[in-house]
Write a protein of this length. Sequence first.
Length: 638
Amino acid sequence: MRRDVDHFIRFTRLLETERQAERSRIAQEKQTLPLAELEARGLVVLDLETTEENVGLGGRHLVTFMHESKKRLTTRLGPGDILAVSPRKAEIEDPPQGTVVSGTRNSVVVAFDRNPPEWMREGRLRLDVTANDATFDRAKKGLAQWQAMDSGQKRDRREILLGNSPPRFDKPPAFTPHRSLNPEQHEAVSLALSARDVALVHGPPGTGKSTVLSELASQWGAQGKRILCTAASNAAVDHLLELCLDAGLRSVRVGHPARVLPHLQEHTLDLLVEAHPDRQLARELFEDAFDLLGYARKQRSRGRSRERFGNAREASAEAYKMMDDARVLERKATRSILDGAQVVCATLSMLEGSLLRNEQFDVALFDEATQAIEPLSLLAFLKAPLVVMAGDPKQLAPTIISMDAAKQGLGVSLFERLLEDSGDEVKCMLKEQYRMHETIMRFPSDETYGGQLRAHPSVATRTLAEVLRPESTVDAPPLLFLDTAGKGFDESKAPQTESLRNEGEAELVVARVRELFAAGLNPRELGVITPYRAQALWLREQLIDLSELEVDTVDAFQGREKDVIIVSLVRSNAEQQLGFLEDLRRLNVAITRPRRHLFVVGDSATLSSHPFFARWIEFTQAVGGYRSAWEWSSAPPA
């Protein structure tokens, strides 16, 4: 199918549809749902207090919020989220808005462009998540740029991305790898090095996609190329940053400071700029400017004499000039750091932000490309003539709120479309996986990846028993399905919520967690995941004493791995309704996270209504991994 500029016009309209859907959803939910449900859905955080204030880059006011008791936040706030702050029990017009800079389980740091009002420093507050228009606006601007490319090389590249012309490749170069590569990894690196426009790396779970990306960064770094690393999520960008640092490349992370590992924080732009001599001078200028503005306010408040107003005007004018000079110094420091970096790492939405809008790169690595909507993905191609996209179309797709926009194409990633347009010539699939026991791998390999996956000898036979105490008698084959059929563990809506939970399943999960910990499993090597937010919250509450244990939704665990993964599927009803479990990519993510042991709790009477789940249950029986909850609750097998 031949496409023209109407393709970009259509996506511009779909972006606006999605923007309005997000706004409408937030507005409707805040009008109709109780506060407890709003907090459970991540739209509101209640009863916070201001605990610390600082001045950040660009004179931003950084405010830290946390509960008085320092308890965990029920809502996970990420860098870039936009929040409106208001008193807990009072309504105000036009509440101040800020941007989340960083967050932990107990606190969140928010940047404000203006000095926060005094009431924010007193009493309890509520933080409301608001729609972030910046990402939509930047994606739309990118589409407009592609629409305007009507001649020369730019038009040629546009035709390739539209699928009207095939991607171009040169003769595969000879290269000396910097690390050990298996045959498919070597082929993927060779394909990317020979590409002139785009290459796709299809990386099923645990197949060493990171190894390929790291090798490409090393090859390009040795050639003196300027490299962009990007992805839709902050977590994926941070992972790329770590790969480049491990490869010995001078790398900088652009954007709001993310939840990065301690040894990565020193490479974020904010901290690098803070340590620069020009920023130190700028900080002094900002402090002096704030003092002058305080003096000006006092002059105005002490009377209406001409002299006091004159003093206030002069002080304010001097303060604003000092701020302008400080910002010039900051821009100079920022330019110095960006120019000195071999690799710049940033999220897709940041590529059209003020810091990177005019930057160009020789090549780009684009990870988790199957989780990004096409308009955002196209921003990467504005920054570099060659983009290598890595991802797995068999795992979770981009999250879309508007069903109408999703059906019209916004839910299909550019990776998937290019793969459909160009076929195998543009991609290489990695096939040897280094994560899962062979038994865990076999079903997703046969059902989802055409039986092409193979387990590396180092992981094919490793078991959970190897990391438990020798005297442990825990029933722990590589794969275990605990069937709750007939137990009466019906799903239910959680109080004041539309999300589902299953308390009977939760009891089994909690018991299993404690059993494994008692047998010697490291708490950091166990993850509990579930498709439903309400079940995750319920399980988190039941296991609150285990601070190192991670409990989250399947979506939040994509890209992660643990020795042990426990999955609670929740759905159990007489109508055999599966809801969004019918998106089989979600189950594929869930069952491919563990290294040594996968433990799934579910109701076969409900699940087996879907052929895929029926085959999966049959597989667990065939490999000796099926258990009935009736037997399990009375006498777990030794």
